[in-house]
Design a protein around this ligand. Structure first.
Ligand SMILES: Cc1cc2nc3c(=O)[nH]c(=O)nc-3n(C[C@H](O)[C@H](O)[C@H](O)COP(=O)(O)O)c2cc1C
Length: 165
């Protein structure tokens, strides 16, 4: 099961429209590529630039799964690499995150805390395994960012098949 999940691959070259609209940004965190694919699709639709939130913590592989679960269980923020994009320059930001333990993934929790007050307008794409909408995760992101989201898409992903909930 883990071997299959780790193998999911997305190529940026398949999305030529990305980066043509300098007023929009898509921010994402992705362990295995499932969120990355939806983030690239959204950026390719709107022309947005993309920014990947990365963590120096161990998030990869089976050990990484359990380590991430620990952060998720405690609702901790996970250390992330310094945010190297000027968030205030964008008119709209789409934040794409996996759900970890019924909540926003720990690295994106950190990003939202660090981005507080810097983002003008945002909507969210949540990706998860189960059929729930995880509205509470979106509410937490609103609270951390200090804004009210303009939209929410909740997407169930099973074996690479996406279904909007
Ligand atoms: C630590 C951890 C906890 C998770 N908890 C949930 C959960 O509570 N509900 C759910 O539907 N999916 C949960 N998932 C599944 C992920 O949300 C799902 O596999 C998502 O597609 C991962 O996206 P990514 O591959 O881009 O990181 C969890 C995944 C991890 C790693």
């Amino acid at each position: 099961m883990f071997g299959k999940q780790e193998a999911f691959h997305v190529a940026l070259t398949d999305y030529p429209i990305i980066g043509t609209n300098k007023k929009r940004l898509v921010v994402f965190f992705s362990r295995m590529g499932y969120v990355r694919k939806l983030a690239y699709e959204e950026a390719n639709r709107s022309g947005a630039e993309t920014y990947e939130v990365k963590s120096p913590e161990r998030t990869e592989g089976t050990l990484g799964f359990w380590w991430c679960g620990r952060y998720g269980m405690h609702k901790w923020q996970m250390p992330i690499e310094p945010v190297s994009v000027s968030l205030a320059d964008y008119e709209h930001v789409t934040i794409c995150t996996p759900i970890w333990v019924f909540s926003v993934a720990a690295p994106m929790r950190s990003f939202c805390a660090q981005a507080a007050g810097k983002i003008k307008e945002a909507d969210y794409i949540l990706v998860h395994h189960q059929g729930s909408t995880y509205k509470s995760a979106a509410d937490e992101m609103d609270a951390l960012l200090g804004l009210e989201r303009t939209g929410l898409r909740s997407v169930q992903c099973r074996k690479g098949q996406y279904k909007v909930v």
